[in-house]
Structures are given as C-alpha cells and as structure tokens.
Write a protein that binds this ligand. Structure first.
Ligand SMILES: [Zn+2]
Length: 253
C-alpha cells in the first residue's frame, strides 16, 4: 500500500504544472503547449524549457522558463498561512511570454491600455489596465464585487494603482505592473518582504493584513495574490490564469 501511496503523490506532483495549464488559462491567446514548446495563436513559439542553470534560487528566478513558471503550486482559496521557505508561486516568470501577450515594449503595451472605473469609499477612480485577455473586464468585475463587502474590508481596496512601466526594485526584470495586469491596494498599510530583508534567500517572518474576502474575489477572476508568496507583497495582485486554471488545480489535489 505504501508504494501505491508514494506513486500517487508523485503522479499528482507531475500533473501540477502541466503545459495544458497555459492553454486553459489563456483561451484565444495560447494555441497549444507541450513539454517541448508553447505556441501562441499568432504563431509565436517559445521553447517550454531552456538549458540555463537553475541550481540556486537566484539562478532559478533569473533563468526561469515556461516550465519553471508553473513549478510552484498556487494554493487558490487557501487560508492565510506563512508560505514555506522560497515558495512564491507566480514570482518565477518567463518575461518573453508576457511581452508576447501584452506588448514587447512600453509603446506596444500602451496601445492595449484602457481605463476602468474602480469603486472607492467616496466614489470611484479611473485605473489604466490592459484590455488583452479581458483583464480590463475582469478587474472591473472585481471592483464591483469588492464594493459590496463591508466597509471594514473594503477599506483595504483603497489607494489602488495599476499600470506603470518599471522594473522590479533592485532587479532588471520588468514588474507585472509594466504590462497593465497588476494592481496594488492599500499601499501605505500593507506589507512587503524587502522591508524586512533584501536578499532573496534571507529568512523572513511573514506578515499580512489584507482580508481573505478580497483575496478570494481576485482569485476567482484569475489573479494571484502576493500574500501567498514567501517573498510576501500583500498589496499586490496580478493576472496569472495559468496558475488558477480549473483542471490544473483539480488535478493537483
Ligand atoms: Zn504590485
């Protein structure tokens, strides 16, 4: 029986992160994907894996490929618990994939940026986001759902900021805000790992004040939350449907 149980666990691990998560996560944008390559509907083709060294966390995050991007399971719908050491599902990103989807540079990205109404306690603000993959419609729907929450929870959706073409602090990697697919909430009262430690591999204590009610609304619409990262960024949400594709999540259980 023990052998069967171990084999079952290994099987589940292999199923998590299968290339079909991209096809399911980005309908109309990703045409096909397997262990060798991913092809977009515009025929752009990427190797699924590269051969760059990934022997350390720093090498892994610098050399991430499409397989690496799915290598850490995102616990959608989970409660707020400190993630295991270096478990930051969503932070491992293959940048050329996002550039192919949302725009290869600032000028191309901004051709796809539109504004949406985001409800606030006093009315609403306009936020710039991409229209690719229906991100604008999804973020609008998220705002509408959050506006129905009690005030003590809604207050954590104040001070929202979205599109900004910039690199991630202390790196040369583009922030997901650069593509118009990320939003920060309550920037003055949320928590960021770099305020406690600067090295990626440092031992960091977990902190969070973002209510789970808001997190779950985002996850329902394909956004992952930075509060489920060891390198926590609790104000931050980004559109990453490959980590939330229903069949991938179900298969992983
Ligand atoms: Zn952010």
């Amino acid at each position: 029986m023990r052998i069967i149980a171990i084999a079952g666990a290994a099987f589940c691990t292999l199923l998590w992160g299968n290339p079909q998560c991209y096809v399911e996560g980005y309908p109309g944008l990703v045409a096909s994907a397997d262990e060798s390559a991913l092809t977009l509907t515009d025929s752009t083709r990427f190797p699924y894996k590269n051969t760059l060294p990934k022997n350390s966390w720093d090498e892994t995050i610098d050399h991430a490929d499409l397989a690496t991007q799915l290598s850490q399971r995102y616990d959608a719908g989970g409660s707020v618990t400190p993630p295991p050491y270096l478990h930051s599902p969503g932070r491992l990103r293959y940048q050329p994939f996002f550039q192919a989807l949302y725009g290869k540079n600032k000028k191309e990205i901004e051709k796809n940026i539109v504004t949406i109404e985001w409800p606030t306690l006093k009315g609403s603000v306009k936020l710039p986001v991409t229209k690719i993959a229906g991100v604008d419609k999804k973020l609008y729907a998220i705002g509408q759902e959050i506006s129905k929450l009690p005030k003590k929870e809604r207050i954590w959706a104040e001070g929202a900021t979205t599109y900004a073409y910039r690199v991630i602090k202390d790196t040369d990697r583009l922030s997901m805000h650069s593509f118009g697919i990320a939003i920060d909430l309550a920037p003055a009262t949320t928590q960021y790992w770099k305020d406690e430690a600067s090295a990626e591999t440092a031992k960091i204590g977990y902190k969070n004040t973002m209510p789970l009610s808001i997190v779950r609304i985002f996850e329902k619409h394909g956004f992952v939350w930075g509060g489920r990262w060891y390198h926590y960024d609790t104000m931050h949400f980004e559109y990453r449907p490959e980590l939330l594709a229903p069949s991938c999540v179900v298969q992983a259980r």
